[in-house]
Design a protein around this ligand. Structure first.
Ligand code: FAD
Length: 397
């Protein structure tokens, strides 16, 4: 028989956005549960490598960051959300430091890199395991609090209840005044259906978005899925691996079979991915030993010093497969990576249904139809914090 539980706030999902929402709701005084599909650790956020954007550079500002997003989104982003994202970025970084995240530093400040579509250096990193560091800090903070964790408890049903919402999560029937949906995107399932590779975790299957849509929540840009321009194409154990965009930030360039540069390697993601598709289509690509299409990423142009600080995990993985990216180019091809669109939210993360909040990849608008790298982890923290706090306040009003 189902176990009956009751909380002020129920958070669905334990990636960076769900953990940020859980911590923030609890700190706002609410009784909170985080229900998640697998273990607390399993999510896409922990796999994120490259970094998180925030305008700390002397020549940078939240307004310039916002303008870069507007351009990269091809003028489709919701600028109300973008202004919140870029305006809250510095405080989100300090909040992450407070939960124990130690960003890589140099010369007395943060080590910052320039990522695709950016006009300034703005990408903070924790080596090349930024998502791992962020989720570890948030998870340890969540676990040190008094919130309830319901692992192996996937959301399968949600309906309005007498006092807010009634949810079915695994074996639990849960009453909650407010609910925060933080269940991520759907690129793993989408790639399986298309017979393609994906960078995503197997939990990224999108059923929670479907539940919200069936309840009548509005969504936007759900058809806009993002390819990561640089999926690993060879060797086989690196297929679907997302080669960090910081390789290109630190000097790697894309080459065709003739060794020619065919695109701006630091262009917006959709432009770089399309350029690779086109180059291969025109017969200028190379083939992996198992017959897959690819182009070359000339990683030999990265300095040993930059690679050691910002790409140690990537180097270890390739070298373990007997390929040294600092001595030879690696093979790459775009892979399904990110759901750009999602549920429509306001600046506090509330969807178009009262008391139902959404944050992280499940929400839409912040990136329009094309996300810049490094803005998703930021979105998780900025809107996770906001949604958690607003859900707690509404639940206790
Ligand atoms: C390999 C890789 C590298 C990346 N690198 C970067 C980067 O460098 N910088 C950056 O900004 N972004 C990066 N991204 C994107 C970013 O990491 C993700 O978009 C972001 O972390 C998503 O966070 P989230 O909390 O919304 O979802 P997730 O982290 O995907 O978490 C979703 C959670 O919901 C749970 N869940 C799913 N369905 C259910 C259900 N039915 N019931 C209950 N729980 C459910 C899942 O198990 C999981 O715990 C990367 C992504 C990948 C895959």
């Amino acid at each position: 028989m189902a176990e009956r539980l009751s909380f002020d706030v129920l958070v669905i999902g334990s990636g960076a956005s769900g953990l940020a929402a859980g911590v923030s709701a609890e700190r706002a005084g609410a009784s909170v549960a985080v229900a998640t599909k697998g273990s607390l650790q399993s999510c896409n956020s922990a796999k994120a490598q490259g970094g998180i954007q925030a305008s700390f550079g002397a020549d940078d500002s939240p307004e310039i960051h916002a303008q870069d997003i507007w351009q990269s989104s091809h003028e489709t982003a919701d600028m109300r959300l973008v202004d919140v994202l870029t305006g809250d970025a510095q405080s989100a970084i300090h909040w992450l430091e407070e939960v124990g995240v130690q960003f890589t530093r140099e010369n007395g400040g943060y080590r910052i890199a320039k990522c695709g579509g950016a006009t300034r250096k703005r990408l903070l990193q924790v080596g090349d395991r930024t998502g791992h560091a962020i989720t570890t800090g948030l998870r340890e903070t969540w676990e040190a609090g008094s919130g309830t964790t319901l692992a192996k408890s996937p959301l399968t049903a949600l309906e309005p209840g007498d006092n807010g919402w009634r949810a079915r999560c695994g074996e639990h029937e849960i009453d909650a005044a407010t609910v925060v949906l933080a269940a991520g995107g759907r690129c793993y399932r989408e790639a399986e259906e298309r017979g393609e590779l994906s960078t995503n975790h197997p939990g990224a299957t999108g059923e929670v978005t479907r539940i919200a849509l069936d309840l009548g929540a509005e969504a936007r840009d759900l058809d806009a899925l993002q390819y990561h321009p640089n999926g690993g194409a060879w060797p086989t154990n690196m297929q679907g691996y997302s080669i960090p965009e910081t390789t290109r930030a630190y000097g790697a360039v894309l080459l065709n079979k003739n060794g020619e540069e065919f695109t701006d390697s630091l262009g917006p993601r959709d432009a770089v991915s399309q350029a690779i598709f086109d180059e291969v289509e025109q017969g200028n690509g190379v083939e992996t030993p198992d017959g897959r299409p690819a182009v070359l990423l000339d990683t030999t142009r990265i300095s040993e010093a930059d690679a050691e600080v910002s790409l140690p995990y990537m180097l270890r993985r390739y070298r373990a497969a007997a390929i040294d990216p600092l001595k030879e180019p690696i093979l790459t091809f775009p892979v399904l990576h990110y759901q750009n669109g999602g549920l429509v939210i306001d600046t506090e993360g509330e969807t178009t249904l009262e008391g139902l909040f959404a944050c992280g990849e499940i929400a839409g608008g912040t990136h329009g139809r094309n996300r810049m790298m490094g803005n998703s982890l930021l979105e998780c923290c900025v809107f996770g914090r906001r949604a958690g706090r607003a859900a707690a306040e509404k639940a206790r009003a």
